[in-house]
Design a protein around this ligand. Sequence first.
Ligand SMILES: Cc1ncc(COP(=O)(O)O)c(C=O)c1O
Ligand SMILES: [Zn+2]
Length: 418
Amino acid sequence: MSVNPPAPVSFILRCISCGREHPATANDLVCERCGSPIEALYDYEKAVGNARRIPSNESIQGVWRYSPLLPINRKTRIFSLGEGGTPTLRTERLEEMLRMTRVFVKNESRNPTLSFKDRKSTVSVSKASEFGARAMACMTAGNAGSSIAAYAAKAQIPAYIFTIGGISDSKMAKLLSYGAHVFRTSSPTRDLMVFVQEVCQKYGMMNLTAASRYNPYIKEGAKTSLFEVYEDLDGSLPDWFIVPIGGGGNLTSIFKGLRELKLMGLLDHYPKMAGVQGKNCAPVAEAFEKGLSPDLMVIQNPSTIAHSILDSWAPDGEQALRAIRETNGLALGVSDGEILDAMKILSSKEGLFLEPAAAAPLAALKRMLTLNQVGRDESVLLFATGSGSNQPEAAIQAWDNPPSIELDLESFGKFVGR
Ligand SMILES: Cc1ncc(COP(=O)(O)O)c(C=O)c1O
Ligand SMILES: [Zn+2]
């Protein structure tokens, strides 16, 4: 797919803690003064001009539609697989069931490698190529790695992918098929993150782990899902956004999109952001409840059926929690049973085949309704981040085994109630 978007308006890279500015070079991926994440900030006034809409190239669908607010230079070759441009769906059956008036699902399972990670990868791999990276590395619970591997194949840059925990055959099949160098590990998230960062430094690779803590360009692609929702709903955003949290990068990116809308005068107040994790793997939710810093939260013996968010430590947890607090939102953990139930509802009532991590927002919404944390008259958007095909074993576990039958018309009657 050939994409030739317009150049971005000018941007700077600034540390989110100490404010130090950095040049946009391959060596400036975290703050050299304090080690905090740095992020791209654009000339928002110039970007929006007199228009009351998000600066975009309307002839392009998907992530690159928003190239004026993406940090890629005009001469860069863009590596795209047609990511983004996913639908914001109204869910009548869910609304009826929950007795709510407006519930939307942003269906990110429609992306090229079946998760929202492709938004990040198209930008970060294109940027790595712009920097002339000879190799890239990434730690992953499966989806981020599959996505980087696909774009690395497109860009023909070697990718070294370190998987954490046990990952499904379908994720491994993708990783291998795209030709990545894959390494299995059973180390805790934080140790592996440190290792990957050290590998990158020692062997001259670009760290594309899907957390903005290590690379400012990671945030940029993911924020475009928010821009799409804004345009799909004619600027009228729902009261709540419910987003699954693994490393915290996606929620942080969506919030950056919200901040940018506000800076461009296109939004006057933020939706409340709710972050959802697995109950036994909830460093950010625990930090939220206890008033602690997510950086200090490491979960021992983590477990959740939502394998894609099985992060015992959240590298972008600090930023995610700041977004949650700033929007008067909340963070919570949900059980495997609640997640399986949500998957079944989304697939059988709305036709959405989602992996457990992507169904977790519905599990959270049900819980929030029970606890009166959300009103039935409030509108909600569920971020469905990845396809059921990323972890099909969970769907098999959720449903009864189908019967084997003989080809006998009479005895078949019992299956159709006659
Ligand atoms: C399907 C899915 N949902 C949610 C997440 C969580 O995103 P993040 O790690 O940016 O919090 C991931 C990846 O980590 C994922 O693959
Ligand atoms: Zn700093």
